[in-house]
Structure formats: structure tokens, C-alpha cells
Design a protein around this ligand. Structure first.
Ligand code: DCM
Length: 150
């Protein structure tokens, strides 16, 4: 009886911990211009270095997803973006779920630069499936192709 109670308690603690981790949302940005999306090449960790991702990062306390997208694009790309939608498919990562928002460059804003990545490239619908994406981002290849197709 005691053992059963203890194991039920352990399960409750585990799922509370999982809920906390899942609550730390991560966002990524499908930044679109002229029917192309911006892919950014990761430098870390070693397992992901050299692979391409949609730029993004963790949502901080008190931020909306859109705030986090705008802040991450400033930090990583030195650019101003306007969030205008989101993709239907969420990405599964170790930290939980990553939501992909769509955005465009603010009028007259600075050109994106690779401030934290080793490279940037604008990718067309035809090129999206052939990009060496990080594993999580491969889940949105079909969504990106739809987004970029005329
Ligand atoms: N991540 C991902 N795809 C993205 C952005 C991030 O798989 N487009 C993952 C990589 C890390 C975690 O999210 O495991 C946090 O990202 P970062 O290390 O860039 O803060």
C-alpha cells in the first residue's frame, strides 16, 4: 500500500516537472521575403553545427511568442521583423514544443546578418526540401513549401 502511494507520488512529481519543462516555450521564425524563407546555419552544439534552422529561441518570462520572435531576430539577425502568422505544425525538441511563427522584414529595416550563425541563405520552395535542416525543423518542410508556393 505504502509502496503504491509512493510510486503514485513519484509519478505526480515527474509529470509536474515535465509540465514545467514543456511550459518553457521555444519559438522559431519563418522569415519570408520574395517567396523565399531565411535559413540560418547553426554553430552549436556539435551535433547541430553546420545544419540549418529557422532562427529563434526561448520565450522569456512575461513575453508573448511574437515578442520573443522579434527579440530573437534582433539578437541573431540584427533586423526588425513583423510577425504575421504561424505554421500549423509544431516542432518536437528535447525542451518540449517549438512553435513556428511567420514574419516579414519591417519596411526600410536593416538587412539580416549572421550575428550568431555561421551563415544565412534565402531558400525558395523548390530548394526547401534539399536543405540540410536540423532534425526538428524537417517537420515543417511541407508547411514551408506551401507557404512559399505562389
Ligand atoms: N531549435 C531547433 N530548431 C530551431 C530553433 C531551435 O531545433 N529552429 C532547438 C535547438 C535547441 C533548442 O531549440 O535544442 C534551443 O535553441 P537555441 O540553442 O538556439 O537557444
Amino acid at each position: 500500500q505504502v509502496r503504491r502511494l509512493l510510486s503514485a507520488r513519484a509519478a505526480a512529481v515527474t509529470s509536474a516537472a515535465e509540465a514545467l519543462v514543456a511550459a518553457r516555450a521555444v519559438v522559431a521564425t519563418a522569415l519570408v521575403r520574395d517567396r523565399s524563407v531565411l535559413a540560418a546555419q547553426r554553430t552549436r552544439p556539435p551535433a547541430l553545427a553546420g545544419l540549418w534552422e529557422l532562427p529563434g529561441g526561448r520565450v522569456e518570462e512575461g513575453e508573448s511568442d511574437a515578442d520573443a520572435v522579434v527579440r530573437e531576430c534582433r539578437e541573431e539577425l540584427g533586423t526588425e521583423v513583423v510577425v504575421d502568422g504561424r505554421l500549423a505544425t509544431d516542432l518536437r525538441i528535447d525542451a518540449g514544443v517549438l512553435r513556428v511563427h511567420t514574419a516579414h522584414l519591417a519596411d526600410g529595416g536593416p538587412e539580416p546578418r549572421a550575428l550568431e550563425h555561421s551563415g544565412l541563405r534565402w531558400v525558395t520552395a523548390a530548394e526547401v526540401p534539399g536543405v540540410d535542416w536540423v532534425p526538428a525543423d524537417r517537420a515543417v518542410v511541407a508547411d514551408l513549401v506551401d507557404l512559399l508556393r505562389p
